[in-house]
Design a protein around this ligand. Sequence first.
Ligand SMILES: C[S@@+](CC[C@H](N)C(=O)[O-])C[C@H]1O[C@@H](n2cnc3c(N)ncnc32)[C@H](O)[C@@H]1O
Length: 270
Amino acid sequence: MTRRKDTDQGWARDASDQAAGGPTWRYDEMKHSGVDYSDVQVARNYDARHTQFRDFKRETEQIVAMLGLDNSATVIDMGCGTGAFALHAARRYRRIHAVDVSQPMLDLAREKAKEAQLANIEFHRGGFLTYEHRAEPADAIVSTVALHHLPDFWKQVGLYRLAQMLRPGGRFYLFDVVFSFEIERYEAAIEAFIGTMSRSMGPAGQAEPKMHVLDEYSTYHWIMEGLLHRAGFQIDTANYINEFFAGYLCTKRVPSPTAAVPTGDTRPQR
Ligand SMILES: C[S@@+](CC[C@H](N)C(=O)[O-])C[C@H]1O[C@@H](n2cnc3c(N)ncnc32)[C@H](O)[C@@H]1O
């Protein structure tokens, strides 16, 4: 068989692609779409802005209760940011792998872990598409408000990669901005999303919800359900909040990630 090598067109994987950390066609998850979390100031302001409308400890306790694991568990926090989940979860589990593409967000999370004298968190710079989990398969993966940074094809790749990091029967909790309004009223729904989020985030955070819609990749609930299923997860519960947010508690299916997607109406029940 003759193999063509044509790196100019970007289709071939060659030694130089691999040396640079992967094929040249892979989506560059380090480049940040929308809010630029690689900006030190954005990272430094993050906790002050988010704690206006979030309680990190309470959120973590709710996730811990849903996962139902004992304290010997290993958990990956994908897109950990400043450690909203990882820091509190470290008091409940044996080991946390906290992963993020942003060095400033990771630096802050590490500083906070040091202050709190938490020695069981390993920090990794990487993301859905590039993190290589070299430790034992995880008992659970948690990802909160991070997956929407990837376009849908890459969300599917990222979710599939996460499933490979989990032990069979392992749990996955995903929370993100996911739209569940009917398309006929998309204008009113998006206006409501921007208005609600702007009020929650205060004057300094007003540009963010608009940027979310313009430059980030939140998708529809029925797409997200399909992506999770095809990645190899069974969705145990799907919780849709205000037509803008969704929380999915999932279990890694055994054995086939390619089992047929269930048909039928998956619209959220209101
Ligand atoms: C809105 S913050 C959420 C942080 C944290 N999970 C929380 O709940 O507060 C989004 C985070 O996702 C990270 N991120 C963006 N793209 C990512 C990717 N491809 N893989 C992993 N993390 C990513 C950003 O750097 C940022 O820290």
